[in-house]
Design a protein around this ligand. Structure first.
Ligand code: BF8
Length: 674
């Protein structure tokens, strides 16, 4: 029997901080998700979508001579059903998060959640307009109450369709209407997806997958978009802020608390509590200088975007953060939290604290969050963390921490491009029309231990920048670019092609824009819709020279995001794993089939060799962007036309190597060994 391959830290991850901690894990013989991935070979049947366990006559594994399950379900039906169920699970995760924020807003205005309130009343008025809430002559609280109620209504209303669909270009709305895939109510489409994929129900792959689009649209233009809007109303609409990324943000002299998961509701209170003078005094009484917060996953992205809380890392770094020995508490809420954290904290003084009524972990301390006394709970959690500080043993905090400027909400992008009086995406459209910017890529999604951590994100983003493609990001993809140092305006000079550089240097923005958490992919939909209606780039999202991708996906949420982006007209490429590889028919439906129906298509690009997969993702993306440019009658991409004037004025600055320049400006080190 062939021996299983055990990878080295260099093969596990491209991130220097992670590599140094994986080295420690090997030396200490501690298990991580990386080593578990080596010892646990992925099921070859399930990974192709060929295992049906929807009834107790199975599980039916369709391999060899078996091309039907016990009930007679074909390979195409089973692969389509498995994919569609993944979409439904992803949509439900985003949307349930959105619903909770609507309840928080409602409780805030009804005086039941006294630590919350309306922080962005401009956004409230805008959202009220979208939801048909009357605003004239009304108080902020009255409007907010009706906005919360209208938002809650979107999940289970009896008649009509999801209201935010009207924010899409009219041509797109027409396509949805004609195909009959307008989501009616957010919950309804998820429930119907589960119903249709129950044994003996919908058994035509194309028909099942049409409903997957409807279900996902209820996420993108429903649950996720509401989650983003309601978070902005409650906690403020993001604008650029200077902060840092990677495990080097942890401090030897502070109580380190990691906030991890997806919801901003408790973490915003923890941010407030960490600044409480009494708590700081308490930390000092235990020998620390104060409390250092740092985030992992999308709770990180939420507090990063609004409060500048530094990023400790992305999905695959959660266990590694504990391995530093410098974390007093890891406070988790919902989604993407590995159960492997519980055995990991047993080796250290770290307390793992679960806070959501929806997510407990055996071995963790459960302190259930309650909006009625939010700040009090946040303080209680931080005091527990402070109490652990004296128990801290030896630490191995990697030195890597990259400066970054996140906070690019679509509202801020409008403002950056046109100021208060002329705020619009016109300059972006003009730059694409002229060819300074070749096109736009949205790079999103997770990390996956089956590929080299961060490598695919880093590779494709670097290539797009070199090719004058503006990159917008969310989720763990955004965290990868932040760690690489791609999210400061100074990076543009280094990596980006001449036209993109010219635009970024003129506006003063990084070439990679951090747009938030995974529910904030709705911000990307909004930007695309505005680009389509601004003029010059066609009339619909499908006309824009743009591509979406999740090169290291692992979560079902990524399937829902990909599906709603395709249903909105985008070309989406997913790497790492192909969950529909078991059916040629389903692959054809999601690519050519969906392209004919909705103008967008979904393709999976995988390869044993990560770099080969990346090359192919980049090749297909640029080909698509150039095809869309040609269809719009735009000039062929020609980088030799741009960028010389700026370079001539900055020879001295450019002669200093990038890492040194960043260190001189920001006092932080990018990508150096720990
Ligand atoms: O929602 S990118 S690993 S953290 S699922 Fe999870 Fe994937 Fe990260 Fe945010 Ni999104």
């Amino acid at each position: 029997m062939a021996k299983r391959k055990v990878r080295t830290p260099e093969e596990y991850s491209q991130d220097d901080a992670s590599r140094s901690l994986l080295e420690c894990a090997c030396q200490l013989e501690m298990e991580t998700c990386f080593s578990r991935a080596d010892s646990l070979v992925a099921c070859n049947i399930g990974s192709q979508g060929l295992c049906c366990k929807n009834c107790a006559m199975g599980p039916c594994r369709l391999v060899g001579k078996h091309d039907r399950g016990v009930c007679g379900a074909t390979i195409d039906t089973i692969v389509a059903r498995n994919f569609a169920r993944g979409v439904a699970a992803g949509a439900s995760a985003h949307s349930d998060h959105g619903r909770d924020l609507a309840y928080t807003l409602l409780e805030a205005v009804e005086g039941e959640a006294p630590d919350y309130g309306v922080r962005d009343s401009f956004k409230l008025l805008e959202v009220a307009g979208h939801l048909g809430v009357e605003t004239d002559g009304r108080s902020v609280d009255d409007i907010a109450r009706d906005v919360a109620m209208a938002a809650l209504g979107e999940f289970g209303k009896i008649h009509g369709k999801v209201l935010y669909l009207q924010r899409a270009p009219s041509k797109r709305q027409q396509i949805w209407h004609e195909l009959g895939i307008e989501p009616r109510a957010i919950d309804r489409e998820v429930v119907e997806m589960l119903h249709r994929t129950h044994v003996g129900n919908d058994q035509e792959a194309g028909h099942i997958l049409d409903h997957a689009m409807r279900c996902a649209l209820g996420d993108g233009w429903g649950g996720s978009m509401l989650a983003t809007d309601l978070s902005d109303i409650l906690f403020g609409t993001p604008a650029p802020v200077l902060t840092e990324a990677n495990l080097g943000v942890l401090r030897e002299d502070m109580v380190n608390v990691i906030i991890h998961g997806h919801e901003p509701t408790l973490s915003e209170m923890i941010v407030a509590a960490a600044q409480d003078p009494e708590l700081i005094e308490y930390a000092k009484s235990k020998g620390a200088e104060g409390v250092q917060l740092a985030g992992i996953c999308c709770t990180a992205n939420e507090t990063l975007m609004r409060e500048g809380v530094p990023l400790a890392g992305n999905f695959l770094q959660q266990e590694l953060a504990i391995l530093t020995g410098a974390v007093e508490a890891m406070v988790v809420d919902i989604q993407c939290i590995m159960q492997g954290l519980a055995p990991m904290v047993e080796n250290f003084h770290t307390e793992l604290i679960t806070t959501s009524a929806k997510a407990k972990i055996k071995g963790a301390t459960h302190i259930e969050f309650d909006e009625h006394r939010a700040l009090e709970i946040a303080k209680e959690i931080l005091r527990r963390a402070v109490d652990r500080f004296p128990e801290r043993g030896e630490t191995t905090i990697p030195h890597m921490r990259s400066p970054m400027v996140p906070g690019f909400s679509h509202e801020y992008i409008d403002y950056a491009l046109g100021g208060l009086y002329r705020g619009s995406l016109r300059p972006l459209n003009d730059a694409i029309i002229a060819g300074r910017i070749r096109g736009v890529v949205a790079n999103i999604g997770c990390n996956n231990t089956r590929v080299c951590h961060d490598l695919l994100h880093n590779y494709v983003v670097t290539e797009f920048l070199k090719n004058d493609v503006l990159v917008v990001e969310t989720g763990c993809g955004a965290i990868a670019s932040a760690k690489l140092g791609y999210m400061t305006p100074e990076t543009a000079m280094e990596v980006a092609g001449p036209g993109l550089r010219e635009v970024c240097e003129t506006v003063g923005i990084p070439p990679v824009l951090h747009m938030g958490s995974c529910v904030d992919n709705s911000r990307i939909l909004t930007v695309l819709a505005q680009m389509a209606t601004e003029g010059g780039l066609g009339e619909d999202i499908s006309d824009i020279p743009a591509v979406g991708m999740a090169p290291e996906w692992m979560s079902e949420k990524a399937l829902s995001i990909a599906t709603y982006c395709v249903a909105s007209g985008a070309y989406v490429i997913i790497g790492a794993r192909n969950p529909i590889s078991g059916s040629e028919v389903v692959q054809q439906i999601l690519s050519e089939g969906w392209e004919q129906k909705v103008g967008g298509k979904l393709e999976f690009v995988t390869d044993e060799d990560d770099e080969c997969a990346c090359e192919e993702i980049v090749r297909r993306s640029l080909e698509h962007i150039d095809k869309k440019r040609a269809a719009l009658g735009l000039a062929e991409y020609d980088p030799s036309k741009w960028g010389r004037s700026g370079d001539q004025r900055m020879p001295d600055l450019l002669s200093v190597p990038f890492e040194e320049r960043i260190e001189a400006i920001y006092g932080a080190s990018v990508g150096k060994g720990g």
